[in-house]
Design a protein around this ligand. Structure first.
Ligand code: 5GP
Ligand code: ZN
Length: 152
């Protein structure tokens, strides 16, 4: 995996659906907009009100987005989650950002899903099964590897 490069100079990728939405070439149902951030309803509503928050500039994903923009996107995601609870009767919210296709990312332009959750069961599920038995792992070594990889 190459080091993460923040491609500051890239404003728009021609074939990127979210770049096109950001400049108005493809319509969206807008929830929020400012100079750097746009939020709109996901075309595939995982639950009622499922919203995408994107950077207006093109960055490939959360891991490859400059901190200042990443913070702005998550700031808006927080406000939208709060609004979903206030206005839609949601009882909870899932906030998630898939990074790279191996993690389920289908549009390689940074975006955060804000998915309101309802009672009774709303049909949306995120399940974190125990895929690796903890007994097979050396937890201190694992933690230390990750720890050593953390950059300032
Ligand atoms: P990912 O799979 O990359 O985490 O999420 C991409 C999301 O973008 C999907 O949930 C998908 O439904 C949504 N999406 C794809 N194309 C469009 C579009 O043209 N308009 C809107 N509003 N959402 C889209
Ligand atoms: Zn893009």
């Amino acid at each position: 995996m190459p080091p993460f490069v923040y491609e500051e100079e890239i404003i728009m990728i021609q074939d990127c659906i979210f770049c096109k939405i950001a400049v108005g070439l493809i319509p969206c149902t807008k929830v929020y907009e400012d100079d750097d951030v746009l939020a709109f309803l996901d075309i595939g509503q995982a639950t009622t009100g499922h919203t995408l928050v994107i950077s207006k500039k093109h960055y490939p994903n959360f891991l490859a987005t400059p901190k200042s923009i990443m913070h702005k996107v998550y700031d808006v995601a927080q406000k939208i989650g709060q609004a979903q609870i206030q206005t839609l009767g949601a009882r909870g919210v899932n906030v998630l950002s898939n990074c790279y296709k191996e993690a389920g990312q289908s549009i390689p332009h940074f975006h955060v899903h804000v998915i309101p959750r309802y009672e009774p069961a709303d049909g949306f599920r995120i399940e974190m099964y125990e895929n690796v038995h903890i007994g097979e792992l050396n937890l201190p070594v694992l933690a230390s590897k990750i720890s050593k990889g953390i950059k300032e």
